[in-house]
Design a protein around this ligand. Structure first.
Ligand SMILES: Cc1ncc(COP(=O)(O)O)c(C=O)c1O
Length: 371
């Protein structure tokens, strides 16, 4: 089966280095917030060319801690993307604030024209969590202009976009904070949970360090209510010595496969969504759109061809049952996001996918018209 990831191939490639990283942490006798986390934080910030990186427990916490550090809480409104992992609105809801969903554009990304209209007419919205979805980079010039003009606290959700650029600038370089995830399927995924907060000033990095560790300013000195959300030494060591050094090569393969798909898929009833002009995308996912009435049939068709396709995501966030009514009332109807989700499928794209497998995926796409 051609899957959305291949962790067995990844292990065959990286196993010896991963085991060395485990050995190094084991023999150090230090398992929480030690040298490995410090070293990885420095390597990640240098790789991403962003000031400071602070390792935390996962991407959800990276978002929530960033919002907390900006002072976001009960009574606040946070503009955000209508299509994302549920973690994005969940982090907002966990601070006590209310997410406000704008609709999406034709790429499934938050529609920045609609954002401008919402921000202009609703001055009570003081925070913004734009998601660089699918590995695309949103228009950073517009994000920077919104931050300035509307005096926003901005947390860029970069869980899917390490390695994505907007006209030469990295995703994550506009907000007071950038939040990312090392969930195993991500472009830089750990062998378990992990996340990081980047792009902040020194004092804000210190604030995140405090929040991730029970709100301590020094050992056993608790100034604020914090969390237990520490990236652990094992994950940091594996990321730093086995995975981060491979990331540029992995992203090159993702871009190559995306290029093959964009050139080679000629179906009229299965259409690659593509990338917005100006985004140098890192292709975390490769979405295509099919007739919503035939989506289930398309998934079964690909499976019969030995190909697993994904859905990112089956529903727009406003449609999720866990979303409180007050959020739906505060949000756009998200009609385009609902339509996008009803039609979207994600083709396999990952660093260990062979060219021959990518060609099989393209052939299956091109035969879909005649099914
Ligand atoms: C866009 C987005 N934001 C946030 C997250 C949350 O990351 P995590 O699963 O590490 O909590 C994810 C990953 O699932 C994601 O894709």
């Amino acid at each position: 089966m051609i899957g959305l990831n291949d962790f067995k191939r990844q292990w065959a490639d990286t196993g010896p280095e991963v085991l060395r990283a485990v050995e190094q942490v084991g023999s150090s006798g230090w398992y929480i917030l030690g040298e490995s986390v410090r070293r990885f934080e420095q390597s990640l910030a240098a790789y991403w060319k962003l000031p400071y990186a602070v390792g935390v427990g996962n991407g959800l916490d990276a978002l929530e801690l960033s919002l907390r550090a900006l002072g976001c809480g009960a009574g606040d409104f946070v503009l955000t993307s209508p299509i994302s992992a549920f973690a994005t609105p969940l982090a907002i809801l966990k601070t006590g604030a209310t997410p406000v969903f704008a609709d999406c554009d034709r790429f499934g990304l938050i529609d920045l024209d609609e954002c401008e209209a919402i921000l202009t007419s609703r001055p009570e919205i003081r925070y913004f969590v734009p998601v660089h979805l699918f590995g695309h980079c949103l228009d950073l010039d517009k994000l920077a202009a919104f931050r300035e003009r509307f005096q926003l606290g901005v947390v860029e959700d970069c869980a899917q976009s390490i390695g994505a650029y907007w006209r030469g600038r990295p995703a994550g370089s506009v907000g007071q904070f950038a939040a990312t995830s090392f969930y195993p399927t991500k472009n830089l995924g750990a062998m378990g949970d992990g996340g990081a907060v980047l792009n902040c000033k020194a004092e804000d990095a210190a604030r995140i360090r405090q929040l991730r560790d029970y709100g301590q300013s020094a050992k056993y000195v608790h100034d604020v209510i914090g969390y237990n959300s520490r990236l652990d030494e094992l994950q940091a060591a594996i990321l730093d010595s086995a995975f981060l050094p491979r990331l540029s090569g992995w992203l090159k393969t993702r871009r190559k496969i995306a290029g093959m798909y964009l050139d080679g898929i000629r179906s009229t009833s299965l259409r690659p969504v593509g990338a917005p002009e100006g985004s140098d995308s890192c292709w975390h996912l490769f979405p295509v759109l099919v007739d919503p009435g035939r989506k289930a049939e398309a998934i079964a068709y690909f499976k019969s061809k030995g190909i697993l396709v994904g859905e990112h995501y089956p529903q727009a966030l406003v449609e999720q049952q866990a979303i409180p009514d007050r959020v739906r009332q505060a949000s756009s109807r998200c009609t385009r996001a609902r339509e996008f989700c009803a039609s979207e499928l994600s083709l396999p794209i990952h660093p260990y996918l062979h060219d021959e497998e990518a060609r099989q995926v393209m052939a299956a796409c091109n035969q879909w018209d005649s099914v």
